[in-house]
Design a protein around this ligand. Sequence first.
Ligand code: ADP
Length: 168
Amino acid sequence: MKTAIYPGSFDPVTLGHLDIIKRSAAIFDKLIIAVLANPRKKTMFTAEERVELIKLAAEGIPNIEVARSDRLLVDFAAERGSFIIVKGLRAVSDFEHEFQMALTNHKMDNRLDTLFLTTNYEYLYLSSSVVKEIGILGGDVSAFLPQSVIEKVAQRFKEWGAHDGGRD
Ligand code: ADP
């Protein structure tokens, strides 16, 4: 069985993420979405909330698992026995960082390979941080989010209003 891992912050999951999830799930027998819980990275949603939002967004896709990861990706991959990492590439600006990460992970564990899927051009511009910036300032973010998470995410934006900070 070919299993791949799609890691990220998903703070919150967007239509761009969901597109990569759907396309990877169609390629592999199983896709594990690894929600990275990095205590040094401020997030708007806790790791548990991010996991729940992805589960809601990806409901109906049978061959996925959504898991929280508190550790290095190489350790998570070894624990799961899955050595294919899937990443989405939006623009040249993503490339340098992703390329560095892919090489570093391969150096740390040479069983690991990273596969890049190009973004759907519809979502080329889309990132969680842009959605947060719009949402916190009261903008309508429904065009950027999976239908099933819009209400929950919009509620958080309302609570946050003008104050910033992070949790997790
Ligand atoms: P971001 O805050 O930029 O969305 P994440 O860590 O949540 O960052 O992203 C996880 C993975 O999803 C990364 O590989 C990222 O390149 C990819 N990704 C994020 N948004 C998109 C998009 N709109 N199209 C394609 N891939 C995307």
